[in-house]
Design a protein around this ligand. Structure first.
Ligand code: NAP
Length: 531
């Protein structure tokens, strides 16, 4: 392929990349999207494991940039399943004629900023690109984590990772299956796999909190009500701390009577899914309040799971919500089935993977399929796995070795004209991702337009502002219980990663901050810096 030149190259054709393409093209820029997969969808292309669905209601987990689109599209369920979300994204691509500017099967191998020419030189698996701007729309949970289990390469059965699931459906009927990990992906897939498999072994290192989704067909009255005032509904949600409806509660768990608390927790358990954490305003701020919610959920686990020993093993011991809360359909119930066995990796660590299964706690498990539900190198992995070099050949991976610093999750010092969508230091994974990424797409597009209108060529963040910002991100987190356990929010799931809290907590102050920065001609960013 010959060298291609353009204003903007976008990496990734998921929710962010598609909207960026639409927005930037509408503003008159030449833009293309490169996508490693053979089709669009990002997260919703790769995560096709059984039971995959969103855990924020679809009426909220969807684009709002086009009123006709949000009126026209009909979700069939409260929380839509992966195939429907993918269908929606394909509809968006067709509706806005996006496909002609997306290059599929194209992996970015390296991206280097040429300081003299003020542009990005990007090598892809299908040829070279030169672009004034490069935007990483690579997702927060898109670089799968494959632990280095001894013997993994020797396994001759069907090896699967939830975050890289095959496109053809996998049928486990009659199979003996092992799944390692008990995070959201596993918690969604276990009940479905258990219905198919002859036997399912679940290998758990840390028990997780999960709230029933109470998913079901879309309620036509609720849909009509939301659609009758969609912009207002979106705006109200955005004013909540996490940008999600139902999280605006102001009363405190520590001040409620036992009976009031029980009633409220029960209501939120039955109706709110992730919004369970919104039952009281102090659940994520005060350890004592948090423990009240945590012990309520542990009580529910003990009510649901018949075998008291299994129930105890499934009862999480850490602060609720400090690892991403899970939402399920029949997760704890699945452990009442005769064909599901829970193995505690703390007392039975995995010794090794063999050619036909695994050995844990000296017990051998022969399995037809081995599923790694072991998560992602979150928030930074998708970028550090690409060879990105900024000013003076500085590598992003090297610069982020001791902690990922970014100004507002949008720009990185030494990496001019490189923007990140929902990067570290922004609410991203601690918010409803779709409106969060729309906010970033609009901010970035307006910034690039402003530069065009004001004859600016190069924009970059400085070390000082991003350091100050990431200190603030961590100071905000220090006022909460979010740092009280190992989680992918703070890099603890990846051995070699710096242990630093990455998302910013608080949608409203963040939105105010980035709006102000833009209004003050991108205060904190430097334009056309000379060396
Ligand atoms: P995850 O939450 O990081 O869970 C990974 C699981 O694998 C954990 O139970 C972890 O145990 C275990 N694990 C990792 N390395 C291991 C090792 N070496 N040995 C044994 N166990 C190991 O990953 P995920 O379930 O894929 O979910 C990631 C995030 O994606 C979620 O938190 C959520 O934000 C998002 N997600 C969303 C949805 C949805 O919207 N519905 C669905 C799926 C995922 P430890 O806890 O002990 O580390």
């Amino acid at each position: 392929m010959s060298l291609r030149k353009m204003d903007v190259l976008v990496v990734g054709a998921g929710f962010s990349g598609l909207y960026l393409l639409h927005k930037l093209r509408s503003s008159g820029f030449s833009v293309a999207v490169v996508e490693k997969a053979d089709q669009l969808g990002g997260t919703w292309h790769w995560n096709r494991y059984p039971g995959a669905r969103c855990d924020i209601p679809s009426l909220q987990y969807s684009y709002q940039f086009d009123e006709e689109l949000q009126q026209d599209w009909k979700w069939s369920e409260k929380y839509s399943a992966q195939p429907e979300i993918l269908e929606y994204l394909n509809h968006v691509a067709d509706r806005f004629d996006l496909r002609r500017d997306i290059e599929f099967n194209t992996e970015v191998i390296s991206a280097t900023f040429n300081e003299e020419r003020c542009l990005w030189e990007i090598k892809t698996s299908k040829g070279d690109v030169e672009a004034k701007f490069c935007i990483m729309a690579t997702g927060c949970l898109s670089a799968p984590n494959t632990p280095d289990f001894e013997g993994l390469n020797d396994y001759e059965g069907q090896l699967l990772h939830t975050g890289k699931w095959p496109q053809t459906p996998v049928d486990f009927t009659g199979e003996t299956v092992a799944i390692i990990g008990t995070g959201s992906s596993s918690i969604q897939s276990i009940p479905v796999i258990a219905e198919q498999a002859k036997h399912l072994y679940v290998f758990q290192r840390t028990a997780n909190y999960s709230i029933p989704s109470n998913n079901g067909p879309m309620d036509p009255d609720e849909e009509a009500l939301v659609k009758s005032r969609y912009p207002e509904f979106r705006k109200e949600n955005w004013e909540n701390g996490f940008g999600i409806a139902g999280l605006e509660e102001e009363s405190l768990a520590t001040e409620a009577s036992d009976q009031e608390r029980q009633e409220k927790f029960n209501h939120h358990w039955e109706k709110e899914g992730l919004g369970f954490l919104g039952a009281y305003a102090d659940l994520m701020l005060d350890k004592e309040a948090n423990e009240l919610a945590a012990s309520f959920v542990r009580g529910k686990v003990k009510e649901i799971v018949n075998d008291p020993e299994v129930a105890e093993l499934l009862s999480p011991k850490f602060t609720i919500g400090c690892k991403r809360l899970c939402v399920d359909t029949g997760y704890f119930e699945a452990f009442n089935r005769d064909n599901v066995t829970l193995i505690d990796l703390n007392t039975n660590p995995i010794d090794k993977i063999t050619d036909d299964g695994l050995i844990a706690g000296q017990e051998e498990y022969q399995v037809d399929s081995l599923i790694l539900a072991t998560g992602f190198d979150a928030m930074t992995g998708a970028m550090t796995r690409i060879d990105i070099k900024g000013r003076k050949g500085i590598s992003l991976k090297e610069q982020w070795k001791d902690g990922a610093k970014s100004y507002l999750g949008l720009g990185i010092s030494n990496f001019p004209n490189l923007f990140t969508v929902t990067g570290p230091g922004s609410p991203s994974v601690l918010s409803n991702m779709v409106p969060s990424l729309e906010l970033h797409v609009e901010w970035i597009s307006q910034c690039i337009e402003w530069m065009r209108d004001n004859n600016k060529t190069v924009i970059e963040s400085t070390k000082a502002v991003e350091e100050e910002w990431m200190i603030f991100v961590n100071e905000v987190a220090d006022q909460t219980v979010y740092k009280s356990c190992n989680s992918w929010y703070n890099g603890s799931n990846i051995d070699e990663k710096a242990k630093e809290f990455l998302p910013f907590i608080g949608v409203p102050p963040y939105t105010e901050k980035i709006t102000e920065v833009a209004e003050q001609n991108y205060q904190g960013f430097v334009f056309d810096k000379t060396n």
